[in-house]
Design a protein around this ligand. Structure first.
Ligand code: SF4
Ligand code: SF4
Ligand code: SF4
Length: 397
């Protein structure tokens, strides 16, 4: 019997998905089981868009179409929580399984606390995440550093600290990620600092960390985080979609070692990125005055942020006590206002920084301030507990 807080080796019984999916296709096979058994109405995931540097969201209700979402896309930089809310607003009774990175699982949990998502209708199937890559600079890196035409790449992969590409003629080339990150390339800056590489706030966490050599390619190491996760995995095994084995002590040790190494690397990046700033929230904020002054108030960061949830945004200058209609609020106040609304729940997903047209390091600033919130022993998205401040912003029933 599958239990919460345990890890398992899980293998797919589906020969097609086994070859198409990541780590033996176990995750895609679980999604197939959930759709076929009508536990969910749909699966929200990402699929390849224009090319491998472009990940687009897809809602799949036909189990035979799951193949299009199999595999991973490391240039898939969106936070799917934002899309999930759109679907739920359009159809509140929809039961969905959703593939999530750790920061997306944290965001969904935060949105659940605010009544934007009913978590009872959602199954979060998480994947371990060592980071995502910015699409444009990754294309440049593949051209300039690896020496391959970006459009000739048909697959990319990250394994054991290396970024690998496979070309149309099935040549594989690799490069060390540390080497890239000593230059101008590498993972998105929020991902470098991210300590949350295992999706602990999802129902289940899939990945290949801890999969020993003899099992690589056939098995996923799956960690069960909730009773809901245990129940669906149990049912998928009972129905013959998945097979289960107990991982060895070595496997568990290796998985923990990979996670600890990622955490330690993230802390090194935090030290580098936050060097020279104070620990006090307002002092951190004023340290970035110069950056905030570059702001052109395009509202892109607010629109991209999955945590911004107010029905009426005070930044839309509708409140005369805040600023006259049609005027642009001064920069520090504009950002202070946003800080008050979201910083305790910021999940370091990086969407705000990705869209800023004047390159303000927004995710870095909010991450630094959010760490001070964590000093209060509150960590966004880890569970359903809220800070008192959250209650002030809850949507009325
Ligand atoms: S912030 Fe963390 S969880 Fe999110 S994509 Fe980056 S590394 Fe993955
Ligand atoms: S403020 Fe930025 S990093 Fe934080 S949740 Fe919003 S978009 Fe993500
Ligand atoms: S995206 Fe950048 S320029 Fe636009 S409002 Fe936000 S901080 Fe200002």
């Amino acid at each position: 019997m599958i239990r919460k807080n345990q890890g398992y080796y899980i293998k797919s019984s589906d020969d097609v998905l086994k070859d198409l999916g990541e780590s033996g296709g176990a995750l895609t096979t679980l999604m197939k089981f959930l759709l076929k058994s009508k536990i969910v109405d749909g699966v929200l995931a990402v699929k390849k868009g224009y090319d491998i540097y472009d990940a687009v969201p897809v809602l799949i209700s036909d189990a035979n179409k799951l193949e299009e979402s199999a595999g991973s896309l490391h240039c898939g930089t969106m936070n799917i929580a934002k899309i999930l809310v759109e679907y739920i607003n359009a159809s509140p009774d929809l039961k969905l399984a959703i593939t999530v990175k750790p920061c997306e699982a944290l965001t969904i949990m935060e949105l659940g606390k605010r009544g934007k998502i009913d978590l009872n209708y959602i199954i979060m199937v998480g994947v371990n995440c060592g980071g995502t890559f910015p699409p444009i600079s990754t294309r440049n890196m593949i051209q300039d550093v690896i020496g391959v035409k970006p459009d000739d790449v048909i697959n990319e992969e990250i394994t054991q600290g290396k970024f690998l590409v496979e070309t149309r003629d099935h040549n594989i080339k690799e490069i060390n990620i540390d080497y890239l990150e000593d230059s101008i390339y590498g993972r998105r800056s929020n991902c470098r600092r991210c300590e949350m590489n295992i999706p602990v706030s999802a129902d289940l966490g899939f990945g290949n960390w801890g999969v020993l050599e003899d099992y690589v390619g056939d098995y996923s190491f799956v960690e069960v985080f909730t009773d809901k996760g245990a129940e669906i995995l149990d049912k998928a095994v009972e129905s013959g979609f998945l097979k289960v084995e107990k991982p060895s002590k070595d496997a568990i040790k290796i998985r923990a070692h990979v996670d600890n190494s990622m955490i330690s690397l993230a802390k090194d990046w935090q030290s580098k990125d936050f060097k020279g700033t104070d620990n006090d929230i307002l002092k951190i904020f004023s340290h970035y005055d110069g950056e905030f002054n570059k702001c052109i108030k395009c509202m892109g960061c607010r629109d991209a942020c999955p945590i911004c949830f107010c029905e009426e945004c005070t930044l839309e200058v509708k409140s005369p006590e805040w600023i006259n209609q049609g005027e642009i609020p001064p920069s520090p106040l504009f950002h202070l206002e946003r800080l008050i609304h979201m910083v305790e729940s910021c999940t370091n997903c990086g969407q705000c920084e990705d869209v800023c047209p004047v390159d303000i390091p927004l995710a870095k600033i909010w991450h630094q301030i959010n760490l001070r919130v964590k000093d209060l022993e509150y960590s966004p998205g880890m569970d359903e507990e809220t800070l008192v401040l959250f209650d002030l912003f809850k949507r009325p029933e």
